[in-house]
Design a protein around this ligand. Structure first.
Ligand SMILES: [Cu+2]
Length: 111
């Protein structure tokens, strides 16, 4: 005698439950993107989790920087068409600016 195949819907319910049960583990890191365009960061404020990564892409013809006060949040000059990626550390609100154009400001909000 063979066991009947489990109903596909039942299988999905079991998998969904297993997914909820393991919900206590940290979610996988998310990759975020900030576009630098027309002398501005877009979005200028971004909400992330520690461990996520953020890539700033410079779409302008002039170089920019991403300069913050926390470790490693210093891109140096990002030329036209270039990008800078940073792994989010701990902190609450991480303001940053462009050293070449200090009126260009943004902030990373770590949830
Ligand atoms: Cu700039």
């Amino acid at each position: 005698m063979t066991l009947p195949e489990p109903h596909p819907l039942l299988l999905m319910a079991v998998l969904a439950f297993a997914g909820t049960a393991s919900g206590c583990t940290d979610p996988p890191p998310v990759h975020h993107q900030v576009d630098i365009r027309d002398l501005a960061f877009d979005p200028d404020a971004i909400e992330v989790e520690a461990g996520d990564t953020i890539t700033w892409i410079n779409h302008d013809i002039v170089p920019h920087t991403v300069t913050g006060e926390v470790d490693g949040m210093e891109s140096g000059s990002i030329g036209s068409g270039e990008a800078f990626t940073w792994v989010v550390g701990k902190g609450q609100v991480l303001p940053y600016l462009c050293e070449f154009h200090p009126t260009m400001t943004g902030k990373v909000i770590v949830r």
